[in-house]
Design a binder for this molecule. Structure first.
Ligand code: FE2
Length: 226
């Protein structure tokens, strides 16, 4: 079952965003997760090189540090549908909610992305589970998480979402975040449960909230957007 074409793409224009291309080798249908406006030509070149047809441009959330590539992709590919959570309040062709499933691929090789609401970085953050992978946006980063002090952020909600929606996945699930500033490309749920210094299972919610409060003072000073 489930043969998937997979590419992890990195935004060299400044936001250190990872964009993920997932495709079905049979029907050639494909989706992009978190495309970045500046990198649309790069993304389309990869899609064309692999002979893929983009069905959806899927966003984990409304990003503060970069503009989604969805709009520019749609100009070049009128059939393409943009996707984002209803709770984000952002414009898109398709608004998804917790529990929804986004499907693409051939009838003999359907690829499903299960939507899990993971609010806390923003109120409209979702993660997408696809087979043994989870695309976590800024909810869960490698050894970190997104900031929680603006765009409807809440440390309280983020803690619960990560513990209930992400840390309940099998330990071997591969974690693919929306960014990494140190060049790390992936993690696993088991790794983050034991090693994430903010959200790891050794931390209580009170400790997490305190860590985030202290951190936000630094981030505001440095004008950081994640
Ligand atoms: Fe973000």
């Amino acid at each position: 079952d489930g043969e998937i074409i997979f590419r992890q793409l990195f935004d060299t224009s400044g936001s250190s965003t990872y964009t993920y291309l997932l495709g079905d080798p049979i029907s050639k249908e494909a989706v992009l997760i978190d495309p970045v406006k500046e990198m649309v030509e790069r993304d389309l070149a990869v899609v064309n090189d692999l002979g893929l047809k983009l069905k959806y441009a899927i966003n984990t959330h409304c990003h503060a540090d970069h503009i989604t590539g969805s709009g520019d992709l749609k100009k070049q590919l009128p059939e393409l549908k943009s996707v984002i959570a209803k709770a984000s309040g952002a414009k898109a062709d398709i608004h998804i909610e917790h529990g929804d499933v986004i499907s693409f691929g051939d009838a003999s090789n359907v690829i499903n992305l299960e939507v899990r609401a993971t609010p806390g970085h923003t109120d409209g953050c979702v993660s997408y589970v696809c087979e043994n992978m989870v695309f976590t946006g800024d909810a869960l980063l490698i050894r970190g998480c997104g900031r929680t002090d603006f765009q409807g952020g809440s440390s309280d909600k983020l803690f619960d979402a990560v513990r209930e929606q992400l840390f309940t996945l099998p330990d071997e699930t591969l974690v693919f975040p929306a960014h990494d500033y140190k060049g790390r490309m992936m993690s696993t749920i088991g790794e983050e449960k034991s090693l994430n210094p903010r959200l790891g299972v050794a931390k209580t919610k009170e400790q997490f909230i305190e860590i985030m409060n202290n951190l936000l003072a630094v981030k505001k000073y440095a004008n950081m957007l994640i």
